[in-house]
Design a protein around this ligand. Structure first.
Ligand code: KIV
Length: 271
């Protein structure tokens, strides 16, 4: 039987067992109570309260504007809904890059108020002091390398990362550094599949990909993208499992027609 089916609660230990057994890890984002409840009940292994909330919940162009308090609000709502999945909360831009004490205080606030299981940070060598300081407080940390949306202003584009050897070698070094520091897993975003496989094979900890190919230990997608709620975002790595945008617009349109035509409410729908 798979680790996934046997366990009642996903822990960082369960995730490393999955990697050992070659069982892929399924991760999705959620930002609110109702969606997180459904995602958890459907058997997801990890729920990421991603700072992509800045885009899909708040309508910002980048992930940079979302604040620590806003991430805590989303994290708290998600944790209340979840019984089985491991919940990871993204540390937002500006809450951990400045200095390691600030990073520690931000991570402690997230853990204390949301009751999440872990935090996620973007970067390697540049933020390793912050990663170590957070880990020293007993807070599990997930790394994030490759395309790092919080650094969009440095690169100016969301294209595939680490195609050149220098950047690929730095990514491998950073991944090893994060593992040595004690991270329990790493997300790799939008990099060549070959590099994703190489990193997953080089590390003992699980490597979860988003646009990093099938050779990594698990996959993550933004829930609004995979359900087809977002309509214009269509990168090659995205598989849409529903076209919820059309479903929702159709239902709302039917409701509007019913109200206007006085069909709703009918006799049975009133007191
Ligand atoms: O914020 C987010 O949703 C993420 C995923 C894309 C991995 O970091």
């Amino acid at each position: 039987m798979s680790v996934h089916k046997e366990i009642k609660r996903v822990t960082t230990h369960v995730l490393s067992e999955m990697k050992l057994k070659g069982e892929k890890i399924a991760m999705l984002t959620s930002y609110d109570y109702s969606m997180a409840k459904l995602v958890d009940q459907a058997g997801i292994d990890i729920i990421l309260v991603g700072d992509s909330a800045s885009n899909v919940m708040a309508g910002n162009e980048t992930t940079l504007p979302i604040t620590l308090d806003q991430m805590i609000y989303h994290g708290k709502s998600v944790v209340k809904a979840v019984n089985r999945a491991l919940v990871v909360v993204d540390m937002p831009f500006g809450s951990y890059q400045g200095n390691s004490l600030e990073a520690l205080n931000s991570a402690i606030k997230i853990m204390k108020v949301t009751h999440a299981d872990a935090v996620k940070v973007e970067g390697g060598k540049e933020i390793i002091e912050s990663v170590e300081r957070i880990l020293s407080a007993g807070i599990p940390v997930m790394g994030h390398l490759g395309l790092m949306p919080q650094s969009i202003n440095k690169y100016g584009t969301y294209t595939v990362r680490a195609k050149e050897e220098v950047e690929a070698l730095k990514l491998i070094d950073d991944a090893k550094l994060l593992e040595e520091a004690g991270c329990f897993a790493i997300v790799l975003e939008k990099i060549p599949a070959e590099l994703g496989t190489k990193v997953a094979q080089a590390l003992k900890i699980p490597v979860i990909g988003i646009g990093a190919g099938g050779g990594v230990d698990g996959q993550v997608l933004v829930i609004h993208d995979m359900l087809g709620i977002t309509q214009t975002f269509s990168p090659r790595f995205l598989r849409r499992y529903l076209n919820l945008a059309d479903e929702i617009k159709g239902a709302v349109n039917n409701y509007v027609q019913d109200v206007k035509s006085k069909d709703f409410p009918n006799e049975r729908e009133q007191y």
